[in-house]
Design a binder for this molecule. Structure first.
Ligand SMILES: [Zn+2]
Length: 391
């Protein structure tokens, strides 16, 4: 089999495979940027770099990367064997849907191809969108799917029972297995139209059909201050190479990942409470879980934006949570340390300082608390370096 891989890579360039996928690649370029065609990446600005000299691709948006075989596996969601079969076959690849903008490193813009349907912000009322999301969350978070979400977290030593008892609601769920439109079928059965499900960000529709947006994912709800589910964050747990690790709902009338924050719970906070800013949804969840298990939920308000990026609107909402100390809890790696520094600057602009939690190199809040439990909370309460940057 390994020989097959080698010969297939030698015989088929990335330029050829990308062109067979239906994307335009001008002759003679070496590095070329296109809108990412991965099914889970709704790429509006070209984020996918094609390295045509080395036959590798890399998406700066969703992290998809690899060689020609992984390209076919990821774009068409097929096994490695099927991908090789497609590459060796003379048959055309199925047309894919991607956004219309394609640009090259020499700034030429070449319009191409098909359009992906995005949620219509006017077609469906926010009330109806929230009703879709509420039913979807019920489906994801009860019965076997709830157990499946629990099992994933338990493997990471995150035990959510105390938190779920405290908030009287599940805090984790899972996408259904089997056919790729299982959630959609369920929602149709509850009287929702396909338009409504698309507008809630839970189904993707193109000329070929309609499928669930979230598949093979552990699901966490994003709620507004009324406690209504407005969107989801899904952690990928499948086997497909190139799938983004975390997926947020696309922008809908109820949800905007640059505005909404993930908060695993909203307890009434005490006077000494700390706002804890995390880069990962599961990190914020892990802190709330350990705090609830220790009976200390009133002391911690963990939040997560969308990865390392936190918008002005989100900073405004974060500093409004509580007047107490803010602890910066990005991961214990180089991007995390840089994020803590950037976050400190953003806080300073708002007249607030931040403490930096000292995660050991390679740790993040979820892994650290998983290993240390309540004792690990001390790393947050005792944290460490005071960062206050004056403007
Ligand atoms: Zn991508």
């Amino acid at each position: 089999m390994s020989l097959d891989f080698v010969s297939i890579r030698a015989q088929h360039s990335l330029a050829e495979i990308v062109a067979r996928t239906g994307l335009f690649v001008p002759p003679g370029v070496t590095d070329y940027k296109v809108c990412c065609p991965m099914p889970d990446h709704d790429d509006r600005n070209p984020s996918m770099m094609l390295h045509l000299r080395t036959d590798r691709f890399h998406c700066f948006g969703c992290g998809a990367h690899g060689d020609v075989i992984q390209w076919v596996e990821s774009v068409y969601r097929v096994s490695v064997g099927e991908a090789i079969g497609m590459i060796e076959s003379a048959a055309a690849f199925p047309a894919i849907v991607t956004r219309s903008v394609v640009e090259s490193s020499d700034q030429r813009n070449i319009g191409t191809r098909l359009r992906c349907e995005v949620p219509d912000l006017e077609r469906t009322s926010i009330k109806r969108v929230k009703a879709v999301l509420k039913e979807a969350w019920y489906y994801y978070s009860h019965g076997q799917l709830h157990d499946e979400g629990h099992r994933y977290l338990q493997r990471r030593r995150i035990f959510v029972d105390a938190l779920e008892a405290e908030v009287s609601d599940p805090v984790v769920g899972h996408t259904p297995y089997g056919v790729p439109d299982r959630l959609l079928i369920h929602l149709r059965g509850h009287g929702f139209t396909d338009d409504e499900v698309v507008d809630a960000g839970l189904a993707k529709r193109n000329g070929r059909g309609i499928i669930d947006t979230f598949r093979d994912r552990v699901m966490m709800p994003v709620k507004d201050c009324d406690g209504d589910v407005v969107g989801f964050v899904g952690r990928y747990v499948g086997q497909r190479p190139g799938a983004p690790k975390y997926l947020n709902c696309t922008k809908t009338v109820a949800y905007d990942k640059s505005i909404n924050l993930y908060r695993p719970s909203r307890p009434v906070l005490g006077p000494t409470a700390r706002i804890i800013i995390c880069e990962g949804t599961i990190d914020a969840l892990a802190i709330a879980v350990v705090a609830a298990s220790a009976g200390r939920s009133t002391e911690f308000a963990p939040v997560a934006g969308s990865g390392l990026a936190i918008s002005d609107a989100q900073w405004g909402a974060i500093v409004d949570i509580h007047a107490g100390t803010i602890v910066l809890c990005a991961d214990g790696d180089i991007p995390g340390r840089e994020a803590n520094l950037q976050w400190s600057h953003a806080l300073a602009k708002r007249g607030r300082g931040g403490l930096v939690a000292p995660w050991p190199e390679g740790d993040d809040p979820a892994s650290f608390l998983g290993a240390n439990g309540e004792v690990g909370l001390g790393s947050i309460t005792r944290s460490s370096t005071l960062v206050h940057i004056s403007n």
